[in-house]
Structure formats: structure tokens, C-alpha cells
Design a protein around this ligand. Structure first.
Ligand SMILES: Nc1ncnc2c1ncn2[C@@H]1O[C@H](COP(=O)(O)OP(=O)(O)OP(=O)(O)O)[C@@H](O)[C@H]1O
Length: 445
């Protein structure tokens, strides 16, 4: 019997997993699958790229195939892109069983979604904001199926349990049955997540299992990931970026560049485009169709570089990504773990380079303490290389980009979009609470 069947996974699903070259269970899958099949609530912490989706997906799909009734499972996740990715995985795994999966996220047709919910799909994959909209505004017919779900999954649980999702999460919880099984997963377990143990345990059910794999080697990032930093003055960051992405070692790599603000994402995308790089971007100020197209271009390798905010830092599984650059250092060490975890997934090798200015030293120390590892110094790009190869043309490209953005009123568009969203009540998480550190990138549903 194959590895997954030994853990209790159904034969049809074992075959579907094998067709995706998922044959030997990872540590988190070995820990979670039997316990979830036995009926336990499960809180799972395991590094980025370690297969947490299958860790909850395989047991739920096994149980579903034994009794495929109603809306069987609800999976909540913080971003639209992640909801779509999980839905793709569930649809692919359950294709031979005619699985019906519904994606309930902001930016898409709400009436169409309500009709889908009425038809009782087997699984609903949702962002909390949009699901809360349906709960508040749709008729009983639409949400009745949700009152009987057997499984609730919180994917990227620490993010879902943070303040900015609190109101919407409560609305979702309020209609779910208390006798459901709850599965909670993240690469960065925090106290909010750990505290769920007591809350879940209060329901007089089998013991809640908490499994944190990070504790085994005390390092919070994958073994196959090399992390380094380069110390640079603030005003030459773009030139360093150009030098690094065009360095012979990197010029063919698929790269994600993380920035802290949507304005920077747009500026860097334009600057790199003026420098003839195949580049695209992804951030919360983009329209939904642009977001979908941009991600598609990057996955298909039509664009080699993706410039993104923390909207993309969690969960996205793009196996071709070999290098992650932190153009801006993240405030929160958990964001660092998720960002660099977009590479070195499923045992592959990957690399991350962080740009450190004199303002970031404190952040780096906190990150190193949190991940249990020091960053190496990145030595491949010297000041001379930057000055000779990149400085003049990058400065020109940046100036042109800034002028374009000003004449197109980039800031204005953002304000109008925000006003529109507020008027339509679509993205109400913005109103609930803004992150304290002024970042405008982490609340989009
Ligand atoms: N047992 C396995 N063997 C080989 N590959 C696997 C296995 N399980 C999952 N994978 C693959 O590993 C990749 C990462 O899985 P997944 O996206 O579930 O990671 P994750 O732990 O949720 O990461 P993150 O914390 O970043 O969300 C996916 O491409 C998945 O298909």
C-alpha cells in the first residue's frame, strides 16, 4: 500500500495525488491526516512549502467521498489569489469524483456567487470579507448549506485571527454549526492560534491536537533556502535591484521582489520595464482582472519578475520561483518568513536577498531572532558593478516612471478606487481596522 493509503487516504485520492507526483507524505501530512480522519480538531504549524494544503485536503476529501452531502467543507483564507489556488487544487484532486467547488471572494460577481451557494457546492473556498457579505445580505436560501458544514479550515490562521479580519470572522463563525471539525494551519503559529486550543476543546469533542513542526529544529524557514542581505544606502536601491536581477547568476531566474507599499510596487514595475525587464506586479490597488492576469503572466513565465506587496507573501505556490528579494524589509518577522517562503518549496533549493538600509538594522535583528538563523552577507554585487552598469540608466528610468505616474495621477486613482470600494461596501475590512504600521497592503480580500 502506498504512503498516503497507509495513513487512511482513499484509494481514488491516493491515485490523484500520485498523478501530481505527490507520493510520500511530508512530516505535517503524516501528523495531520490520521488524526483528522479520527475526528480530532487539528492545529498544525509547519514551514512554508511543506504541503499543508494536502495535510488538510486529503483527509477532508477522503471523508467527503464516503458521504458527499451538502456543503461539506468551508475553507477560509486571507487573499483572493490563495482562495483560487486552493480551489484549483481541490478541483484537480477531486476531478474523477465530479467535485463541485465554489470560490467566494471579493472583486467577483456577488449575484453569481449567491446562486452558486444556493446550489450547494461540495466545498466553499472563501475570503472572510466576501463570505460575511453573503451572510449579512443574502437570503436564508443562500446560506442554509453553510449551517451544516462538517469541516471548517482556517488556512494562514494567524492572519485570519488578526484584528483586521475579526469582525468578518465572527460573522462567519456565527452561522457555522458547533459540532463541525475545525482544522487550523499556518507556517507562523502565534498565541492567537495556540489559544484556539481551549476554545475548540470546549465543545466536548475528541482532544484538540496541536502539532508544531518548527519546534523540531528551531529554525522557522526551509533547510533548502539560502538567506542573505546587502547593506545599501536608501537612494540607490533601484540600481542595486537592477544589478542583481541582471547579474549572470540571476538573469534567467524567476524572481519575486517584495515592497512595502503599492506606490513602490508600481514605481519599481515601471522602472524595471523601462530597463527592458519582463516584469509585472500584484498589489491591492489593482482591479481584480488585472490581479488575475498579472499572476497568470508570472506563473506562465511570460513575466520573469513579479513586484508585489504582502498581498502575495502568503501561501502562493509557484514552483518556478528561485529568488525572493526584499526590496523593503518587512516590519513583522512573520511576514519575512512568508515572503522568503515563496521559494525553496517542497524540498527545492531557493535563495533570498534582503536590502538593508541603516533604518532596518533593528528589523533584521528581530527577524534573525525569530527565524533562529543569521543572514549571510551577499557578495556577488559590488558597489563598482552597480555604479558602472546600473546607476545612470536606473536613475533615468526611475525619473521617467515617476513623471508618468504623476501625469497619470496614480495616487488619485488609488483614492477614487478606495472611495468606490467604500461606497459599494465591498472591501469592508479597510474600514474595520487598518494595520497600525501604516502599510496599506495587507487587508485586501
Ligand atoms: N507529499 C508531497 N510530496 C511532494 N510534493 C508535495 C507533497 N505535498 C505537497 N507537495 C507540493 O508542495 C508544494 C507546497 O505545498 P503547499 O502549497 O501546500 O505548502 P504550504 O505548506 O501550504 O506552504 P505555505 O505555508 O507557503 O502556504 C505544492 O506544490 C504541493 O503540490
Amino acid at each position: 500500500m502506498a504512503g498516503f493509503q497507509n495513513l487512511g487516504v482513499a484509494k481514488w485520492l491516493d491515485e490523484a495525488l500520485a498523478a501530481m507526483k505527490i507520493i510520500t507524505p511530508t512530516a505535517i501530512q503524516e501528523a495531520s491526516i490520521p488524526k483528522i480522519l479520527q475526528g480530532h480538531d487539528f492545529i498544525g504549524g509547519a514551514k512554508t512549502g511543506s504541503g499543508k494544503t494536502v495535510a488538510f485536503g486529503a483527509p477532508i476529501l477522503t471523508k467527503w467521498s464516503e458521504d458527499p452531502c451538502g456543503i461539506f467543507g468551508l475553507i477560509l483564507t486571507p487573499t483572493r489569489e490563495l482562495a483560487m489556488q486552493i480551489a484549483e487544487q481541490f478541483s484537480a484532486l477531486g476531478a474523477s469524483m465530479n467535485i463541485k467547488v465554489s470560490i467566494i471572494v471579493g472583486g467577483e460577481d456577488i449575484v453569481k456567487q449567491a446562486l452558486e451557494l444556493q446550489r450547494r457546492p461540495h466545498f466553499v473556498i472563501a475570503t472572510p470579507g466576501r463570505l460575511a457579505d453573503h451572510i449579512m445580505n443574502s437570503g436564508e436560501d443562500t446560506i442554509r448549506g453553510l449551517r451544516r458544514v462538517k469541516y471548517l479550515v482556517l488556512d494562514e490562521a494567524d492572519r485570519l485571527l488578526s484584528d483586521s479580519f475579526q469582525k468578518d470572522m465572527k460573522r462567519c463563525y456565527d452561522i457555522l454549526p458547533t459540532n463541525r471539525q475545525t482544522l487550523v494551519f499556518t507556517a507562523t503559529v502565534d498565541d492567537n492560534v495556540r489559544n484556539l486550543r481551549e476554545e475548540l476543546g470546549a465543545n466536548n469533542k475528541p482532544e484538540v491536537i496541536v502539532h508544531e513542526i518548527e519546534n523540531i529544529d528551531n529554525v522557522a524557514i526551509p533547510k533548502t533556502l539560502d538567506i542573505s542581505y546587502v547593506f545599501i544606502p536608501m537612494h540607490v536601491k533601484e540600481s542595486y535591484l537592477h544589478s542583481i536581477v541582471t547579474h549572470p547568476d540571476n538573469e534567467n531566474k524567476s524572481i519575486i521582489v517584495f515592497v512595502n507599499r503599492t506606490y513602490t510596487a508600481e514605481l519599481i514595475r515601471r522602472t524595471l520595464r523601462h530597463l527592458d525587464q519582463r516584469v509585472t506586479s500584484l498589489h491591492s490597488e489593482m482591479q481584480q482582472t488585472e490581479r488575475v492576469n498579472s499572476l497568470h503572466r508570472f506563473k506562465a513565465e511570460a513575466a520573469r519578475i513579479l513586484v508585489a506587496t504582502d498581498l502575495v507573501s502568503r501561501g502562493l505556490d509557484i514552483p518556478t520561483v528561485q529568488l525572493v528579494i526584499n526590496y523593503d524589509m518587512p516590519q513583522d518577522p512573520a511576514d519575512y518568513i512568508h515572503r522568503v517562503g515563496r521559494t525553496a518549496r517542497a524540498g527545492r533549493k531557493g535563495e533570498s536577498i534582503s536590502f538593508v538600509t541603516d533604518r532596518d538594522v533593528e528589523k533584521v535583528l528581530r527577524i534573525e531572532e525569530r527565524i533562529g538563523k543569521k543572514m549571510d552577507k551577499y557578495e556577488k554585487v559590488s558597489d563598482n558593478r552597480v555604479i558602472n552598469n546600473s546607476l545612470t540608466k536606473t536613475t533615468k528610468a526611475k525619473r521617467e516612471s515617476m513623471m508618468e505616474m504623476e501625469s497619470e495621477g496614480f495616487g488619485e486613482k488609488r483614492k477614487i478606487n478606495r472611495r468606490k470600494r467604500e461606497r459599494s461596501g465591498g472591501n469592508n475590512q479597510h474600514k474595520v481596522s487598518k494595520p497600525k504600521n501604516k502599510k496599506s497592503t495587507k487587508t485586501a480580500n
